[in-house]
Design a protein around this ligand. Structure first.
Ligand code: NAD
Length: 500
């Protein structure tokens, strides 16, 4: 069986250890390959490759850097299907969803192609007499990216196109559950002409993560994953003097007001609740039905959920499997717990008959009604195809519910009342808001990130915040003596310099 190795300095780097992880095809349950887990020596070697490549890459002109990015964009565009197939084979999401993930990642590459404009500094003539001031932004050096299993390509692409275009060198630590996409992207960079060592891949678990968090040559860490690990990454990385942005978990609510178009709301609850089998940080997992709309809304969602076809993502199904057997068992455990706690189980996805060969990790779409805030199906991030309907009497109760939640990644409101939507946008304590839009993933030129336990650090991903994260500002104050006035220097003055 194939064993995937690290990628450093433009080639595969065999691990010095023998710890391996299994990679499974979630639709069939079969182990398809293995991945090497980094030792401390591997961490050292991969970071060294990135460190050695930095001086040359930093000094490569913006024109040349951008040309390579353009080539990478063109290759990615032409071969997107290959990458989507890899994502489906290791994550399980349906092919169309995987293709959508690649397209959203590609948008960040396109954004990063504008780096010459984004890196422009400013200049002021005669800030003081004969003194000019300018500002520039410079790359950090080696930057670490640690990504989760649920977006094997898009999440790394939130970061590395901008990091690379800005002149940094990258060590990507992908999720050990979905390691192949990162290696495919590494090969693509090579084909695009990126110098060896600018993009590197380090496989593994906590050893690899801790190596990136503590190594003095790593200047920043961009992490995406669950909240407990995000908090750990933020605290450890900053304690070691690094710049850290750590995006965590989520529990996203969609509020449906009685005046909403209930068919639109039901369609979108299905898309956002069951897309990628609920394994999205922007999935809607709680629908908050306000006032009189509850019964009709639940009926519409249930009807649609029952019509979804669950199965192998390569067979044109609507919804694929969970990523691992453990994830499947965890999700069905939550369904058991919701039932035991007294929520009404309207659609039960346990025991679904999937359209797939073998022993895949399936749970079908599941819908609970009359969920209360003390139930684990409400309090916990399930990360599976389980949608909970919570009923409240008023808009104020709905907003209070969201604002009391420890997460603040995304939320949505469905209404035809512009005033209510505007008030929601103003009052709700969440980083990304959708108005009649369920999965409000911002465009590449805006920045992505939540509030509260959904993000540690103050910089969101991509957009101008991403450019800021991957560069350091420098201000230069300059005096050049006019040739006609040489020799007329000012008097000695030991006071603090005042502008004149
Ligand atoms: P995870 O936290 O288990 O893993 C994320 C990364 O951390 C992986 O690379 C993994 O190898 C590493 N890791 C795991 N355990 C570790 C440990 N003990 N010490 C150090 N590193 C460790 O997350 P996941 O299960 O891969 O992904 C799902 C989670 O990611 C969900 O909570 C989801 O909401 C979140 N997520 C958030 C966003 C966002 O933008 N906020 C986006 C995607 C996913």
């Amino acid at each position: 069986m194939e064993t995937l190795q690290h990628w450093a300095g433009g080639a595969a780097l065999k691990s010095t250890g023998d710890r391996l992880g299994d990679v499974t095809d979630p639709a069939t349950g079969q182990v398809t390959r293995q991945v090497a887990f980094a030792t401390e020596a591997d961490v050292e070697a991969v970071i060294a490759a990135a460190r050695d490549a930095f001086p040359l890459w930093r000094d490569t002109s913006l024109t040349k850097r951008t040309q390579i990015l353009f080539r990478f964009r063109e290759l990615l565009n032409a071969r997107a299907d290959e990458l989507a197939a890899i994502i489906t084979s290791e994550h399980g999401k349906v092919l169309s969803d995987a293709a959508g993930e690649v397209a959203r990642g590609q948008e960040v590459v396109e954004f990063a192609c504008g780096m010459p404009h984004l890196l422009k500094g400013s200049a002021t003539e005669n800030a003081s007499t004969g003194i000019d001031v300018s500002s520039i932004r410079q790359p950090l050096g080696v930057v670490g990216i640690i990504s989760p299993f649920n977006f094997p390509a898009m999440v790394p692409m939130w970061f590395f196109p901008i990091a690379i275009a800005a002149g940094n060198t990258v060590v990507l630590k992908p999720s050990e559950k979905v390691p192949s996409a990162a290696l495919w992207l590494a090969e693509l960079w090579r084909e695009a002409g990126l110098p060896d060592g600018v993009f590197n891949v380090l496989h593994g678990d906590k050893v690899a993560v801790d190596g990136l968090l503590t190594h003095p040559d790593v200047k920043s860490v961009s992490f995406v994953g669950s909240t407990p690990i995000a908090r750990y990454v933020y605290e450890t990385g900053t304690a070691h003097g690094k710049r850290v942005q750590a995006l965590g978990g989520a529990k996203n609510h969609a509020v449906v007001l009685p005046d909403a178009d209930l068919d639109l709301a039901a369609d979108q609850a299905i898309n956002a609740g069951f897309g990628s089998a609920g394994e999205r940080c922007m999935a809607i997992s709680a629908v908050v039905a306000v006032g009189s709309c509850g019964d009709a809304l639940v009926e519409k969602i249930a009807e649609r959920a029952r019509g979804l076809r669950t199965g192998d993502g390569r067979r044109g199904c609507d919804m694929g499997p969970l990523v691992t057997a453990a994830a499947r068992d965890r999700v069905s455990g939550y369904v058991d717990a919701g039932e035991a706690a007294g929520a009404s189980l309207v659609v039960d996805g346990r025991g679904v008959s999937p359209d797939a060969e073998g022993e895949g990790f399936f749970v079908g779409p599941t819908l609970f009604d009359h969920v209360t805030t003390d139930m684990s199906i409400y309090t916990d991030e399930i990360f599976g195809p389980v949608l909970s309907v919570v009923r409240v009497d008023t808009y104020d109760e709905a907003v209070a519910l969201i604002n009391a939640n420890p997460y603040g990644n995304g939320t949505a409101i469905f209404t035809n009342d512009g005033g209510a939507a505007r008030r929601f946008q103003n009052e709700v304590e969440v980083g990304m808001i959708g108005i009649n839009v369920p999965v409000p993933v911002p465009m590449a030129y805006y920045s992505f990130g939540g509030w509260k336990n959904s993000l540690f650090g103050d910089t969101h991903a991509h957009g101008t915040e991403g450019v800021h994260f991957f560069t350091r500002g420098k201000v230069v104050t300059t005096r050049w003596i006019d040739p006609a006035r040489r020799g007329e220097s000012g008097e000695l003055d030991l006071g603090f310099p005042r502008n004149s």
